[in-house]
Design a protein around this ligand. Sequence first.
Ligand code: NAD
Ligand code: UD1
Length: 341
Amino acid sequence: MAQKIIVTGGAGYIGTHTTVELQKAGFDVVVFDNFINSDPSSLDGVQRITGTKPELERVDCADDVAIADAFAKHSDAVGVIHFAALKAVGESVEKPLMYYQNNIRGLMNVLDNMNKHGIANIVFSSSATVYGVPDVLPVTEETPLKPATSPYGQTKVMGENIISDAVRANPNMRATLLRYFNPVGAHPSAEIGELPLGTPNNLLPYLTQTAAGIREVLSVFGDDYDTPDGFCVRDYIDINDLASAHVAALKHMLGGANGVNIFNLGTGRGVSVMELIKTFQDATGVKLNYKIAARRPGDVPAIWADATLANKVLGWRANVPLADTLRNAWKWQVKVCEKNN
Ligand code: NAD
Ligand code: UD1
């Protein structure tokens, strides 16, 4: 019988792509989501790709009673991938308690219920944000962490610490903390992709919405950084590559890897905002309206991953070329526009 995995936040951007990869790998997926930042129809997209709709529990991870009921129903699961969290940095500064309540309480409830039912394996969505402005590039998992600059970032640092303490106290438990760099793109089928609500804060959805004429112009934040071309540098990782890393992490734990394992998930290549814009234009043939604007406060000038550890230990590496990723993002954007018209 297939092994069951609980995917919290499984209806969201990374969760849907990971559900596809889990199903392809033969796992039985049950999604726990309260749709605070997604729509149930995203799971229809998953079904159109894999032929199987994941089982769904409409549940808030921060609701102690409801989440206990959901876990009791699925106590035969062998692992949890915990995506469920709020993720808007600016909003977290305005509403810190909402972020701690949702992200920290949700995580604590998940860990409590895992302990209660003897579910041993958890994969946690962390972020490169834990490295702050790094002193040395690229960053490895050994790079010192910097104090978080937002409540959102704080929930990731705290989440890593809470899980590490929980594993230390329970030798039967295993965890993998995945530090994502910048996830971008969509499934090549354009059945699933990123669906930001309102005005996007992140570069790629803003870029594709501008290319589609929904936004007038993309502001490029800063051209005077101490980087090769003066623009901010990031490590943009294809969403399908990112998703498959979760399957690799899970198999690593199910294969017996003990304790807490931490991996950077990136391509190992830094790409500037201008390089990304040019690659998008070349890959899609679409001309983008952009202007140079002031630096965005709080931006890290440059960060990219050393992903050697994940390559070595998980046998995983990022494969999809950036041009393909950007073409997939554009195909998804076009489809979303067609649906909305
Ligand atoms: P997303 O908002 O698309 O998906 C999150 C999902 O979790 C949504 O479906 C939402 O409805 C659900 N959710 C939120 N709170 C919940 C709760 N209390 N109970 C049940 N469901 C809840 O976000 P995403 O981009 O897929 O991010 C997934 C995870 O990865 C998050 O933890 C995020 O912080 C982390 N992360 C994302 C990025 C990124 O750039 N997308 C980068 C680093 C880390
Ligand atoms: C941001 C968050 C980070 C979070 C990540 C994923 C901040 C300071 N950091 O990272 O905590 O984990 O998103 O959700 O918010 N850019 C433009 N114009 C735009 C938008 C972005 O030029 O309209 C530039 C930015 O200056 C940056 C790059 O594009 O250099 C990527 O920005 P973004 O997609 O917001 O991601 P991060 O800032 O890396």
